[in-house]
Each structure stands twice: as C-alpha cells, then as structure tokens.
Design a protein around this ligand. Sequence first.
Ligand code: ADP
Length: 445
Amino acid sequence: NGSPNTEGVSGDGLENKSTDEAPISPAERSLLQKIIRRGLVENKNDIEVQRKDPSSPLFSVKSFEALNLHPQLLKGVYAMGFNAPSKIQETALPTLLADRPQNMIAQSQSGTGKTAAFVLAMLSRVDPKKEYPQVLCLSPTYELAIQTGEVAAKMAQFCTEIKIRFAVRGEEIPRGTKLKEHIIIGTPGKVVDWGVKYRFFDLGKISVFVLDEADVMIATQGHQDQSFRIHKLLSPNCQMMFFSATYEQDVMEFAEGIVSNPVVIRLKREEESLHNIKQYYVMCRNLEDKYTAIANIYGVVTIGQAMIFCHTRKTASWLTEKMSHDGHAVALLSGDLTVEQRIAVLDRFRDGKEKVLITTNVLARGIDVEQVTIVVNFDLPVDLRRNADCDTYLHRIGRTGRFGKAGIAINLVDGPETMALLKQIEDHFGKKINQLDAEDVDEIE
Ligand code: ADP
C-alpha cells in the first residue's frame, strides 16, 4: 500500500490550493451535530432577555417540577435523563408554558436544549381529547423533522394518547382526508400542501406554531415564502415560537415577520480558546514520516478519541486505508458519503467503536465532538491564498469552558512552507507550539 497519487497530497503544495470537498449544507451540518452530540453544551454566558412589555415579569425555573407539567410528561422528561433545565430552558420554559401564551424568539447555539424546550411546550399544550392538529412544527429538512419527532416521541412515551404525524416527503394521504393527530412536524413544502392546498387540517385551529432552525430554513430557497404562506392562515391567538442557532440580521428579520410581540432570549456562544490545549508539532520529512507519526499517535490514544484532519478527500481515504490495512480501527468521514453513511459513521464514533476519526474540512467547522482529546492536523488548514486559516485551526482545536479536561493538538509539519504556516498560527494566537519527537509521541501523555 504505497503513496497515493501525489496530487493534492504531498510535496510542493501547489495542488493543495483548495480542498476538493464541497462544503456541507447548513441543514446537514445541523443534523450531523445532533447525531454526534451526547448531551448538553454547557455555556457560562448569561441569558440576554429583551421584551416589549417589561411589566410582565419574566421568571426562570431551576427545576422541571416548578413548571407544573402533566405528571406523565414530567415522567417522560426524567426518563430522558434530564435532571434540571438547561440554561436556555430555565428562561424559555416558564414563558413558553405560561397560562397566557407568549410568543418567543430564542437563539442559542446547537446543543443547548432548544429542541427539548419547544418539544416540551408542544406536548404540554396538546389537548388529547380534541382529535385534530393543534401543534405545528416546521423543520428545514426531512431528517431534521424526524429528529424532532423522535425527541417528541421519547418525551411523550408515557402520554400514549398524544399522536404525532410527520408531514415530510414520502408521506402521502388521499384527498379529502382530515388529519386527527394532535401534532404535525414537517417541512415547509409538505405543510403548504397539507395545510394550505389540500386542507388536510385547519391551520386556523393550530394553537402552537414552532419554527425550528430558522437560520437553516432561510438558507433554503423557498422556505421563507412557504413559512409565510403557512403563517398567514394561523389564528392571531396562535402561540409562535421561533428558534435559531445564530442571530444574524436576516434571521431576525424573518423572525419579526413571523412572531409578533415576542419575548426574545439569547444565549451567546461561548468563545472557543486554546486555553488548556497543549499544542505540538512533529517534523516530518515526507509522507511516510507523517504516516509513522500518525501510527505512533494511534498507539497512545488510550483514553478518549482522536480526530485527524486532512486537506483533501484523497489524503483522507489514503490514510484511512493504510491505517486499516495496518490493523488500526479508524473511521472515515468525507464528502463522498451519503447522508445515511455519514450518520452511521458518526454514530459509531460517538459510541466509541473507533478511536480515530479521519476527516476533511467537512467536519472542521461548527461541529463539536466533545469526546475527542487529541486533534491531529495531518495538513494544516489554509485559506484560498494559502495563508494559515487560523479560524479553522481554532475550530478544530479550540475548546470552550465546557471541557474540563485538557486537549492535545498535534500538527504535522513536512517542510518550510508548512513551518511558515505554523509560525503564522503561533503568532496569531500568541501561543508557542512545541516540537515533539516523532518517536516519542508517548511523552504527550
Ligand atoms: P438544541 O436544540 O439547542 O440543539 P437539544 O434540545 O437537542 O439542543 O439538546 C442537546 C442535547 O442535550 C440532546 O442530547 C438532549 O437530549 C440533551 N438535553 C436537552 N435538555 C437537557 C436537560 N435539561 N438535561 C440534560 N440533557 C438535556
């Protein structure tokens, strides 16, 4: 098993100008993030609250009991292993569940508990005796709708009378049908078909409308318009809940078009930093040396897991093949996999079936893999001008306050050009990156 075609892998670097991976869509990134996540993302920042009517006091809760949930629903929450509300839930839930329904716009990064919050609100607003859709949740894609539905089904596991229906591709119902399920979770196109065109249910009778992943939604052509078409048929008394992982101008404009007089809550993302990360570099003469370094590193990944970033898909699959051939259990996540394959790879990695995940920039940004203790840059991240891409470096290596344990970053340097990149990174962050002897990677432990 020799070297791959030199193109894009080694040597003079000219071929490396840009990665050959197409960036993944915001919807897919969000999905993969949900798959790989094991639990809540902690965030030490404070919740910011803005509301139009400061006379109505906003309170927060420290326990799920304080919310006066239906006992079967509370049981479901505990069965999911939730002991106490997350930060965003502490503030969002009292408002979402208030007797006088209040509209809400909530923004916080992925993994902070938004889905669990609105699913709880959706379930607690259902009157199971009324046999028609009362709650409508819009998600940007089929897969994201299914994810939300799975959370709802789990949380409602003891509320057997509550019925959920997916309005997504593949679901077909005959004309003239009147839906009896209490909750509809679907994508905008299908919900327009069912609710606006064919009137399989009465949008005017919806009492809770949730728009999830608004930032992903607006990235999809047509979703904003479809959302407005649905929104137009909702009753003025319908409670509107709007969720987004980001807080850009266009998302907020969309929000204001959907949600009138909202309570706006926001939890700013915690900044990533290189604090608590030990950074090293290993001097390699050639691709073989780089491989040896990786094989040595593999040997010391006893606790936790490692992620290896390559510049191109070709390098990533070459490395995966070579490592597998040498008997190492590694997984490959790259752009040529189908969505289902990517999910399967991340599922296995999350469950620890492989210690090492080899990937390209597909995962470099936005996806946090908390169980990873060692990050290896097989290739240093570069921008289109071939300067060090310090943002991507930080995303790959950096951690936020939620990680108590120290992380390790190892950069493979294979010549003066890479060394110059490493210097740029050192200067940018003002932190020294120490040399590690390829033979003694075990000193990192
Ligand atoms: P978001 O919608 O903001 O991405 P989720 O609601 O999906 O966040 O929650 C992220 C992860 O944390 C999920 O695995 C979820 O099961 C878990 N989680 C949510 N709320 C709690 C809680 N109160 N306690 C413990 N885990 C929680």
